[in-house]
Design a protein around this ligand. Structure first.
Ligand code: ADP
Length: 156
């Protein structure tokens, strides 16, 4: 069974994240979405809320699990028997960042590889912060995020 971990802030999860997930599921038998802490970003939703929104959004998938961790993602992956980490790339900025992240992860543990999926054109400019901003300005965001996020986003 080929298991991969898809780590990220998911603050909140968007249809861009879900698109990467659906493509990763064509390659891996099981994907664990891992809500991880990014020290460079100030969190908008608690870890528990993010996990809850993701769980609701992926409930139709039998082979997707949702979890969270505060330690190193590579350690988590090893514990779960996963040899691959999934990430998405929207463009040059993501590429530079992901390249650095990949080098750091390889330094920590060379047995874990990162696998990248390119963002679909329609999601290439989609970020969690942009969605929050649009929502605050009264724009309908229901085509950009799953329903579980639409229901919660007005709270922040
Ligand atoms: P992190 O803070 O760890 O970067 P994010 O939730 O911002 O967490 O992103 C998790 C992963 O999903 C990253 O690899 C990011 O590039 C990717 N991602 C985020 N938004 C999109 C999108 N719209 N399309 C494709 N990939 C995306």
């Amino acid at each position: 069974m080929k298991v991969a971990v898809y780590p990220g802030s998911f603050d909140p999860i968007t249809n861009g994240h879900l698109d990467i997930l659906s493509r990763a599921l064509k390659v891996f038998d099981k994907v664990i979405i891992l809500v991880a802490i990014n020290p460079d970003k100030k969190a908008r939703f608690s870890i528990e809320d993010r996990v809850q929104m993701i769980k609701e959004a992926v409930k139709e998938y039998q082979n997707v699990e949702v979890d969270s961790c505060t330690g190193l993602t590579v350690d988590y992956a090893k514990k779960r028997g996963a040899k691959h980490l999934i990430r998405g790339i929207r463009g040059n900025v993501d590429f530079e960042y992901e390249y650095k992240l990949s080098s750091a992860n390889n330094y920590i543990d060379d047995s874990i590889d990162m696998v990248f999926f390119m963002s679909k054109g329609s999601y290439a400019k989609l970020t969690s912060s942009m969605i929050i901003d649009l929502c605050k300005r009264g724009v309908d965001i229901s085509n950009l995020v799953p329903q579980s996020v639409v229901n919660r986003i007005k709270e922040i």
